[in-house]
Design a protein around this ligand. Structure first.
Ligand code: OAD
Length: 238
């Protein structure tokens, strides 16, 4: 097997062809909203309803979308690798559930999941598909006004970092898919992978600003590039 343990980082580009906007492309989410207003704890404290509405709007757009060929191919890679005694760790910055719906079993959502709500007061976490509002009470602690999307905001620590770094250090191939590499700590994974001596590859619509940090690059739509790469990997695996 070429690489026994593969660590894959995904970003908004992998879901773009399913119909979800990316953040920094032309017309992307951060060209329409001020990041510090809708994705920071200070913004939430200043205007919680505005922030909740932003995520309600985004959650609602997630309703009618489907995984694309890239999500499905990554699930096939995971299955092929686990059948051969290897592993695929899928670490995503995306808050959608398209990897799971595409069939992936082990998905680490470092920036949270939009289809879950968390109580800002007691931390209770539960699946929640409806609109959040400041009038909503927490089923666990009973307090009203603290129910927020289970999404990491700027200034907050991303989730599952111990598990993520453990999987990254055990990997022997690092692949970054559909991310601009602007947001840390995810943007630093490629340097950590290089320092650990593993080969690195990016798959993106076009070369990212960090392209020089990768040993290899495959450029074009995720729905084409990812299945092509997975087909090659599986063919070479036996
Ligand atoms: P960005 O919007 O910064 O980058 C998306 C990347 O996907 C760009 O490099 C595009 O070129 C690429 N792309 C677009 N369409 C593609 C396609 N069809 N196939 C392949 N690649 C494509 O999104 P992220 O890097 O995911 O964090 O952003 C990282 C974080 O910044 C997000 O998780 C979010 C945001 O602020 C939080 O909200 C905490």
């Amino acid at each position: 097997m070429l690489a026994k343990n593969i660590f894959i980082l995904t970003g908004a580009g992998v879901s773009a062809e399913s119909g979800l906007s990316t953040f920094r492309d032309k017309g992307g989410i951060w060209s329409q909203y001020r990041l510090e207003e809708v994705a920071s704890i200070q913004g939430y404290e200043r205007n919680p309803s505005f922030v909740l509405d932003f995520y309600n709007m985004r959650r609602n757009t997630h309703g009618g979308i489907e995984p694309n060929a890239a999500h499905v191919a990554l699930a096939q890679l995971e299955e092929a690798w686990s059948a051969r005694g290897g592993s695929v760790t899928l670490c995503t910055q995306n808050v959608d559930n398209l990897h799971e719906r595409g069939g992936s079993k082990r998905v680490l959502h470092m920036h949270g999941e939009i289809a879950k709500a968390r109580c800002h007061d007691c931390g209770a976490l539960a699946p929640y598909d409806g609109d959040l509002s400041v009038n909503l009470g927490c089923a666990a602690c009973g307090r009203t006004g603290g129910m927020r999307p289970h999404v990491v905001w700027f200034g907050e620590t991303p989730l599952l970092m111990d598990e993520i770094y453990e999987a990254l250090s055990a990997a022997d191939l690092f692949v970054s898919i559909g991310t601009s590499g602007n947001v840390y700590p995810a943007a630093g994974f490629v340097a950590a992978a290089r320092a650990a001596g593993m080969p690195t590859m990016e798959i993106n619509l076009e070369a990212s600003e960090n392209a020089h940090l990768f040993d290899m690059g495959r450029y074009g739509k995720a729905s084409e590039q990812v299945p092509a790469w997975v087909t090659e990997m599986v063919a070479l695996a036996d």
